[in-house]
Structure formats: C-alpha cells, structure tokens
Design a protein around this ligand. Structure first.
Ligand code: SF4
Length: 306
C-alpha cells in the first residue's frame, strides 16, 4: 500500500498540500530559493510559473529493473529543471521548455491513466520544481482510487524543507548524485553547493524510506535508489560519492552506476566531456563502489560497455 493513503485517511495530506503551495508565493520550493511569486505567474531559475508542464507520460521499460517489473514504470516527464547541465540528454525538455501546461485535473488524469495501464508505480521525472502541483493533483487522484507507489526521480538538488513535506507521501526516492566536487558542479551544471545540498537531501530521503525494499516479484515497494552517472576523466567524483553512501547512508544502498554518458547539448564545449566513458573508466567506477562496500548495484546499463 502506498504510504500516502494513510496520510489521506488521517486528513494530513491536505495540510501537506497547503504547506507546499505556500512555498510558491516567495518561491523556495528548491534550494535556489528564487523568492519569485509563482502564484502570480512569475518565474525563477526553473522557468516554471503556477502550472506544471509535462512533455510526455506513459509506461516506460528503460528504467531500473525493480521499477519496471513486468508492466513498466508509469513515468511522467515534467518540463524544465532546476539544474542546467551542459551535457543534459533531455535538454529540449529540461532547458528549452518542450512540453504542455497541465492543469491539476489533467495531472490527476495522467496518474490514474498510468495506473489503469497496469504500471507498477507513478514515476515523477524531474519533480523538484513542481512538488506543490504534484501534491495538489495527488489528492483527487487518491480519492479516485490511486494506490500505486510514488517514485521521486530527481537530479538530487532538493531542499530538506520540501522533502520533509513529502515524508509519508513518496515511497521511493531515486535521486542523482552527480558530483562530489563543488567547482565541477558549478562549471557543468551551473549550480552552487551541489555536493552539500545533495548529500543533505540523500540523508533526508534515507531517513524517510530506508533501503530499497523489493517484493517477491522483483518490484520495488519503498526505499532509496541512487543514480550516479560516470563522466569521462573522473569528473563525477565517483570515489567520494560511493564512500559517502557506504559510510554515511548504508552499505545496503541500492545504486545504479551508469555507463551511458554520451556527449550532447553543449558537452562539446568542454574538452573532457566530448567523448563517451571508456570501459576502463567504467570498470574503475564499479570497483570503487565495491571497494567502498556497496553491493546492491543495478546492472541494466552496464552490459553495453563491459
Ligand atoms: S522551484 Fe524554480 S522558482 Fe522555485 S526556487 Fe527553485 S528554481 Fe527558483
């Protein structure tokens, strides 16, 4: 049973929605804390005013195995992002605004549609800047019978305050850990304090949901699943990240160390990002994770390079 059903029964879901909506007035939904009034239609760094935008939705079979199961993960790709990664593979969605505005009612419909399709979960892709809009749509969806686990699939630049609103609502957190080095994060994603904010967010997510729990059919029910994309020349700081997970989160953290980096968007402007990750670099990243004591690693994206 999805955790939000309990909150809804005790009427606390409404309180969380109100708390989330209040963050829009002088926006502090994410750590940028732009202070713009999104309720009045103003936009901050994420370029998103009052209404959320969606670029696509549907059952997705390319996600991690425990999310996909037999019937797919019910992905909703939100337009815009609070990061500006030079190498983003979805930059037309995340940075060029590809997508359509969706009302609360439309977002509710999408969630129910994905459940009716037989998906195992509702996978909210790039949800950070639209948490209030998601919660608003969740309530009527629950009243109409939504019961699937919610997956919060973010770039990992999330504020602890907003995450605390999601405590008891999100079942599965799937954040990125992109960088271990502040300077690199600033250069490649235009972001301040990424490592510090990212690590605090991961701690809060783990506090809420613990390690990933997978049922007898191999489908994730609750917990933390961390994604780490290996970059050329060690730019992602894999060693620091796997050591953090092992020492400060849990050696049982479920981790997807990803090999599929390929240059796109503005990556060719950065000399070290103009090529794919070599098999040697990727093997080294896996070895670092093993040496750190991590053993629960997703392998769907590893075979193409090994
Ligand atoms: S959600 Fe958007 S407007 Fe709000 S603080 Fe973050 S980037 Fe700024």
């Amino acid at each position: 049973m999805a955790t939000y059903l309990e909150l809804h029964c005790s009427s606390k879901l409404r309180e969380r929605i109100d708390a989330a909506l209040s963050l829009l007035e002088s926006c502090s939904v994410c750590p940028h804390s732009c202070g713009v009034n999104r309720l009045a239609g103003d936009v901050g760094k994420c370029g998103t005013p009052r209404e959320a935008m969606v670029s696509s939705y549907g059952p997705h079979f390319g996600e991690e195995a425990p999310l996909v199961g037999r019937h797919g993960s019910g992905t909703i790709f939100f337009t815009n992002c609070n990061l500006r990664c030079l190498f983003c593979q979805n930059y037309s969605i995340s940075q060029l605004g590809e997508g359509q505005k969706v009302s609360k009612e439309e977002l509710t419909y999408i969630m129910l549609f994905l459940q009716a399709k037989g998906c195992h979960n509702i996978n909210l892709v790039s949800p950070t800047h639209v948490v209030p809009q998601i919660l608003e749509a969740l309530e009527p969806a629950v009243e109409a019978g939504l019961h699937l686990p919610l997956v919060y699939n973010s770039g990992g630049y999330d504020s602890v305050e907003t995450l605390s609103i999601l405590d008891g609502i999100v079942d599965i957190y799937m954040p990125d850990m992109k960088y271990d080095d502040e300077e690199t994060a600033r250069e490649l994603s235009g972001i301040e304090n990424y490592p510090e904010i990212n690590k605090a967010a991961i701690k809060e997510m783990y506090r809420q949901v613990g390690n990933l729990k997978i049922n007898g059919e191999g489908v994730a029910q609750q917990g933390l699943l961390v994604r780490h994309l290996v970059l050329p020349q060690g730019l992602a700081g894999t060693k620091g990240i796997v050591n953090f997970l092992s020492k400060e989160i849990s050696r049982n953290t479920y981790v997807n160390i990803m090999a599929q980096y390929h240059p796109c968007h503005k990556a060719f402007q950065i000399p070290n990002l103009g090529r794919r990750v070599s098999s040697t670099e990727f093997r080294e990243a896996l070895s670092l994770a093993q040496e750190a004591g991590l053993s629960r690693m997703d392998n769907i994206h590893t075979t193409e390079i090994l």
